[in-house]
Design a protein around this ligand. Sequence first.
Ligand code: P61
Length: 499
Amino acid sequence: MESRLPRQNVQSPHCSVEMTGNHFHTTQPRERRVTHTMGQQLGRRSWAEPWKIKVVEPLYRIGAADRKRALETAGYNTFLLRSDEVYIDLLTDSGTSAMSDRQWAGMMLGDEAYAGSRNFYRLEDAVRTYYGYPHLVPTHQGRGAEHLLSKTAIKPGQVVPGNMYFTTTRAHQELAGAEFVDVIVDEAHDPDDRTPFKGNVDLIKLERLVHDVGADRIAYLSLAATVNMAGGQPVSMANVRELRALCSRHGIRIFLDATRAVENAFFIQEREPGYETRSLRDILFEFCSYTDGAWMSAKKDSLVNIGGWVAVRDEELFEELRSLVVLYEGLHTYGGLAGRDMEAMAIGIEESVQDDHIRSRIGQVRYLGDLLSGWGIPMVNPVGGHAIFLNARCFYPHLAQDQFPAQTLAAELYLDSGIRSMERGIVSAGRDPDTGDHHRPALELTRLTIPRRVYTQAHMDVVAESVKAVYDARANSRGLVMVHEPRLLRFFQARFAPR
Ligand code: P61
């Protein structure tokens, strides 16, 4: 990790070597100056990534006038910017991670047979080994898996309870005819509540729902670990264990959104008594063992640029998934992927459960969080696995929610420095399909999402300084109006104008 201190002294008994820029000057011994690494300044020992960089991709800064023009052309929606117009891209951690040398080497082992590719069997083996599900159907990415599972596991008119909605997940559940009901603990809706497992399902809310609608109207429990929209908050092992008992009593299945389940396992290891000395690998396996199946966007935890899967224990459901995948994605042994993509995914799964990897991944997110907290920047606490979620309501208390504070904050950040973030508030929440009104989530957040193995600590410093500059200028922001609203998942393509 490069220290961001202005100058560094390396002391020896005889002389000191002073580093200034790229030059070394030998000077006379003099009074010892105490320097602190960033880790020490933050009150801990420094950590470093368990990798070194072999290939780099240049970044370009674009000037303020060009940023202004680009944002106008993009309708003040960061999804509509071209990536060439972005300096540090924190839109998402989805498909944006850096693959390892082993993964790239694996790409050369792609077996591009239409049927029975050897890479499929390797992937099946990795999913069985680390997640424990016997029957695997690959898909091109997470929403392909959500589509198949929603179509096979939901009957129109059923209810799907879950620990907070996710945009594509809920859209597929609703398209399949279900109503989504949020049963996450109340603490999840409060950015300042520091409960360690804010992703947990509230068992009382779930029990009440079962009582009100009847167990046979519940298609399944949709359990996300970690919970993206709550700020990457984890679910405890105790909670999933109790859920298993409750759902088994009522004959309800549990399907897991395993997209960031490895990050969830890290939080269990860190925070849950009895798991301190267990490996991530063990924790992940045990967590999944309480569920009937899972869907996965491998573009996150599994360190690939594309790919996903759905995997289940039940053979009948597997048969249905297998017949649908050939209609929507591709043959059941490639599901819309190239053989090489499946090989990279299998290797990525193995790399993702390494304790060192996750410690440094989440450590980097926390590093940014610590800097921002130190400046009193309002955000979701505790910091979650994949991102910092800025609390846009506190940046702009003078803006009403339908003046789009989080969208405004994403626009201001881009204007300040070319950093791209994402709205996670009223725009993302969309409209209620029955009433047509905006969903009005309690959380109005702007997400700074950290890709895995891509940016350095220095990039985080640049990001933190820009957030601080935007925070300092917060009183000047006037908000936005929406001038174009797509029917589905509107946040991707909506357009805005300044108020
Ligand atoms: C993201 F703005 N996430 O966080 P797919 N489950 C979960 C996800 O986080 C997820 C998917 C399923 C994205 C990409 C994205 O509203 C948005 O492979 C917990 O992207 O199809 C994806 O997996 C879907 C960004 C998705 C969005 C939807 O950035």
